[in-house]
Design a binder for this molecule. Structure first.
Ligand SMILES: [Zn+2]
Length: 295
């Protein structure tokens, strides 16, 4: 009996690495709303706005298209993090049931909550360009009060900031989708496959690619991204450490009050500066700064 137990344990120990391999790649998806295919007005991205319900449906369908394309290639583990507004947008009961979903905005790592070094790749869906990009649709960084964000001198938007967090953990961005200004921006920082979902006519109006076309293109891009996994062809966006965080605001008051945080200083009246240990500490601090200025 005892021998049998030992044998069973040995077989299990041998089987475990295989089981882990059979589970397939571990993929983290962060989904914002402005860059989702078919979303073309500010109102659609606001919970009190016209057609917000349609935007939620489009968001959910776009995620499901990506998830279906991943599972079409074999087993996978997928963690999805809602990353827009109050982080309660996805129609989660209609999600592909193979996806694990994080809902709710009170989380220190915001758009990258749940992402760690155990993942093989990151996917950004529905993303937008950084604050001030004249070619972006609904371009912003975190909140409207932020006019610019720099990590060790490189200006980043939400995509770049999240890519830097992933890069610190050794996880590449493998696929990114959003408006044309966003896909250009993220291509400068990573070697991810990209899908452009729309082009800004103005900062608040978009020339839309039909959502069916977007989903078909995403399906093909998932295939290309998974083919490249493990080939070393993706580039980590590594800003190094320590990380100097510079955040520029529309108001000098924000910068003045932020001086209450030990280690915070001013580059000029509108720009707060903080030296963080690494991209993880920088991320948490930036989240705190967003929260403060959006109140
Ligand atoms: Zn956003």
């Amino acid at each position: 009996m005892r021998r049998a137990t030992i044998l069973a344990a040995a077989v299990l120990a041998l089987a475990l690495p295989c089981a882990a391999q059979d589970a397939g790649p571990k993929i983290f998806i962060s989904v914002d709303m402005e860059g989702i295919g078919g979303v073309g007005s500010p109102a659609m991205t606001s919970s009190s706005g016209k057609d917000y319900g349609t935007a939620r449906r489009l968001m959910t369908d776009e995620i499901n298209a990506v998830v279906a394309a991943i599972f079409a290639r074999g087993p996978a583990q997928i963690l999805l993090n809602d990353s827009h507004g109050d982080h309660q947008n996805v129609l989660h009961t209609e999600l592909d049931p193979r996806v694990v979903y994080i809902q709710g905005a009170i989380k220190p790592l915001g758009m990258v909550q749940g992402l760690d070094a155990s993942f093989d790749g990151v996917i950004f869906l529905g993303y937008h360009a950084k604050a001030g990009d004249p070619d972006g649709f609904l371009a912003h960084t975190g909140t409207g009060s932020v006019k610019g964000l720099w990590l060790n001198g490189t200006e980043v938007g939400e995509g770049g900031m999240n890519a830097a967090f992933a890069g610190m953990h050794g996880v590449p961005v493998i696929l990114a989708a959003g408006d044309s200004a966003f896909t250009a921006e993220i291509s400068g920082q990573t070697a991810a496959e990209t899908v452009t979902t729309k082009t800004a006519e103005t900062p608040s109006a978009a020339r839309l690619i039909h959502p069916d076309v977007v989903r078909a293109e995403l399906g093909a891009a998932v295939g290309r991204a998974l083919d490249r996994l493990g080939t070393g062809s993706f580039r980590l966006f590594d800003v190094g450490d320590p990380v100097e965080v510079r955040m520029r605001f529309q108001s000098t008051t924000h910068v003045d009050i932020l001086q209450a945080i030990p280690g915070m200083s001013k580059a000029d009246g509108y720009t707060a500066v903080y030296r963080a240990r690494d991209a993880d500490e920088a991320y948490r601090l930036i989240r705190l700064m967003y929260r403060f200025v959006s109140q």
